[in-house]
Design a protein. Structure first.
Length: 410
């Protein structure tokens, strides 16, 4: 439980803040830290990689609100763990990522997110690979994001989610053609604020065909079929069926540039006849450009539908929303010890069935100094905003974070 200095008598607040500061320093000095920080993005050899980041953040709009802006400070602890194992031509990865955030004043915003995943890659023959993934998450829904509830709950909405995926690939990148067949299942359950009607299962399959037109370039065709099933009775039935029909190209144009672009048609058909369906274009773009060995730029873009909650506080509920997103991430190493990270993301959201649109702008910038191979110091600034056509939903939030990260990459 966080120490609430602001709730104490004024004569004790100064001493309380000193205790909190000393406690934070002591914690940073003695705890073994692990985090999948940006630094552990490169390919790693088999082994055990623990890390933990500990930081102190301050924000000027903890509720992501228009007209109810409140500032607060928070202690952020982010442990993570990676275990990589090879046996013959096969590999197995175990991943754990966590984040615990405890606010000084508004304890309703505290959260403890955890995610565990396992991935098994089986290299069965010269042409046949099988990939098996399974994971479980305990997480929360951020306030003010697309698809979040309009009626602000006292506590953050929390949920648990299990997922599994299997993919079979026949053919190598050097073959004239490749075919991939995959199936996935996701089960999400909300765990507080009386949200059983939001529990849902998502199951689907995808088939993709790649045809090599050169040693580094492939044309692709991809089709997906997905069902979304809300498992509990609710005032409105949001069950639906989705399809994707995509065509595109995958390439490694040079040693500096790789990417994949898919463009096509997307549908979302609601089971209830009176709810609005979606039919329209869709795209997925992923590009990596490395102009220099010490600089990497990644571009991501997509257009697709997503789920919305039923909200009793509004007269008419949307049946889904469509999100157009584009983001650019840049990592630049000024020296081996001094590294910068930056990210800019723009999202445009349109709700199906109601006349409402939202524009989101999110950006952050981080500086990291590697004091030792195992010790890193970081400072981060984050800016978030929403511009909505609905009254009272606009917001701007600024967040600053100082952190210490300990890693093991040996």
């Amino acid at each position: 439980m966080a120490l609430r200095c602001k709730k104490m008598p004024s004569k004790h607040q100064v001493m309380c803040k000193k205790i909190k500061f000393r406690s934070l320093l002591s914690f940073l000095a003695v705890i073994l830290c692990l985090s999948f920080s940006n630094a552990i993005a490169e390919e790693l050899d088999p082994g055990f990689y623990p890390a933990l980041s500990v930081g102190y953040a301050t924000t000027d709009n903890v509720f992501m609100s228009d007209g109810n802006e409140r500032s607060d400070d928070a202690l952020v602890i982010a442990p993570s763990l990676l275990y990589k194992m090879l046996f013959g031509k096969h590999s197995l990865d175990f991943t754990y990522i966590g984040e615990l955030t405890s606010f000084d004043t508004y304890s309703t915003e505290d959260y403890n997110d955890n995610r565990a995943d396992a991935e098994l890659l089986l290299d069965l023959t010269r042409r046949l690979d099988v990939t098996l993934d399974a994971g479980y998450m305990w997480s929360h829904e951020n306030r003010g994001v697309a698809g979040s509830r309009g009626s602000t709950p006292r506590d953050l909405d929390t949920w648990e989610q299990g997922s599994a995926e299997a993919k079979v690939t026949y053919g190598r990148r050097t073959s004239i053609a490749q075919i991939e067949v995959s199936g996935s299942f996701l089960d999400r359950k909300y765990t507080n604020n009386r949200q059983n009607e939001r529990d849902r299962e998502r199951a689907g399959g995808t088939i993709a065909l790649y045809y090599n037109i050169s040693s580094k370039t492939s044309l692709l065709l991809e089709g997906s079929y997905i069902t979304v099933d809300y498992v509990n009775d609710a005032s409105i039935n949001l069950d639906s069926t989705e399809t994707f029909s995509l065509a595109g190209v995958r390439w490694e144009a040079t040693a500096k540039t790789t990417g994949e672009i898919k463009i096509g048609y997307h549908t979302k058909n609601m089971d209830e006849e009176y709810l609005e369906d979606f039919e329209g274009g869709s795209y997925f773009v992923s590009l990596l450009w490395e102009p220099k060995p010490y600089s990497q730029i990644t571009l991501e873009a997509s257009r697709r539908t997503d789920e919305v909650p039923y909200d009793e506080s509004v007269a008419v509920n949307p049946s889904y929303y469509v999100r157009d997103s584009v983001s650019v991430y840049w990592k630049h190493s000024f020296t081996e010890k001094f590294i910068s990270y930056a990210d800019v993301a723009i999202h445009k959201v349109e709700y199906g069935g109601i006349d409402q649109t939202e524009d989101y702008f999110n950006t952050w910038f981080e500086l990291e100094y590697r004091l030792r191979d195992w010790l890193r110091l970081g400072a981060k600034y984050k800016y978030d905003s929403r511009d909505s056509s609905a009254a009272g939903l606009d917001y701007v939030a600024n967040t600053f974070l100082l952190k210490v990260t300990l890693v093991n990459e040996d």
